[in-house]
Design a protein around this ligand. Structure first.
Ligand code: G4P
Length: 285
């Protein structure tokens, strides 16, 4: 599997981000709760620098709640504050202003000591494409804000959205590139639909998903596809699912592309329940 990314694109994204960061007090870093590190930009620490940051574990409704708790601890151990949210319904977002205030507490207290009334906290949403940036902005703005193309370089007039009395949000998010450093990251992003399906081979992605489900969610897999034996090679499971769903070519061979499409669509639409595709222990030596 080879995924191409363009250094020019990255450099431009980085420049735009630097400009945006100059205007704000805190960063809301949006990650996908189903794959919090794979959906994160590898250079995030350097990009954000010393700015206070809140990590938003978004799409929490689609993720395994037990593992989300473990991710919250993982980030806390790194000294990062997290908020677990569902930007689609707004669940969890009621705390965002108070968390931002908490992050700015020292600075604001110093201002108050000097007799200066602190102005509203200015925040920027950062994240890779598809992680839910526009959904979150719309939810916080309580109206639909035009979506910026997922391409850096589209300069737009920027405005501040008021979120309550003490928080203001930049109406255009900072778009970062995902991490394509290793194959597994690419596959995790592909399974959740975070990267375009045409970048990778569909059946490869489905086979990756099947292998993962056998290991981590065997009951969900066997229940959904009525499988009796998961000890056979994953390709045979793929084959069985294909046959069971009637994905057959003329000669009776399994149509793997079609079977893959069904499996991925069902995973993404939560037919197998909420799933998380990486665990903090995957990152421990
Ligand atoms: P982006 O700006 O970061 O690129 O992402 P965007 O908001 O466009 O969201 C990408 C997809 O993720 C959208 O689905 C959106 O509805 C969905 N989404 C965002 N946040 C959440 C969340 O917390 N929970 C769930 N379940 N979904 C979320 P879509 O299928 O592309 O669009 P639509 O059919 O929802 O309109």
């Amino acid at each position: 599997m080879q995924i191409q990314w363009f250094p020019g694109h990255m450099a431009k994204a980085r420049r735009e981000m630097t400009e945006k960061l100059k205007m704000i007090d805190v960063v809301f870093e949006l990650v996908d709760a189903r794959l919090p590190l794979s959906s994160r930009n590898p250079m995030i620490d350097q990009i954000v620098g010393q700015k206070p940051r809140l990590v938003l574990l978004n799409k929490a409704d689609m993720a395994d709640p037990f593992i989300t708790k473990e991710w919250e601890n993982f980030f806390a151990n790194q000294g990062l504050m997290t908020l677990t949210v569902n930007s689609k319904t707004g669940q969890g977002l009621e705390k965002i202003s108070s968390y931002a205030k908490e992050l700015m507490k020292d600075k604001r207290n110093k201002m108050i000591e000097k007799g200066i009334k602190p102005r509203a906290i200015r925040a920027l949403i950062l994240g890779i494409p598809n992680v839910g940036k526009s959904t979150l902005i719309n939810r916080l703005a309580k109206k639909k804000i035009a979506k910026t193309g997922d391409k850096p370089g589209i300069t737009q007039k920027q405005q501040w959205i008021k979120v309550g009395k003490e928080l203001e949000l930049l109406d255009t998010p900072g778009i970062l590139w995902p991490k394509f450093e290793d194959q597994t990251t690419g596959y995790r992003l592909a399974v959740t639909g975070a990267i375009k399906d045409d970048i990778l081979d569909f059946s490869d992605i489905a086979l990756f998903a099947i292998r993962y489900l056998i290991k981590v969610y065997p009951e969900r897999l066997s229940e959904r596809y009525h499988l009796d034996d998961l000890s056979v090679p994953p390709i045979e499971i793929f084959d069985e699912i294909g046959k069971k769903r009637g994905c057959l070519l003329r000669g009776g061979e399994v149509d793997y592309d079609k079977a893959a499409e069904i499996i991925l669509r069902e995973i993404r639409s939560e037919k197998l329940g909420p799933l998380t595709f990486e665990h903090p222990s995957d990152y421990q030596e």
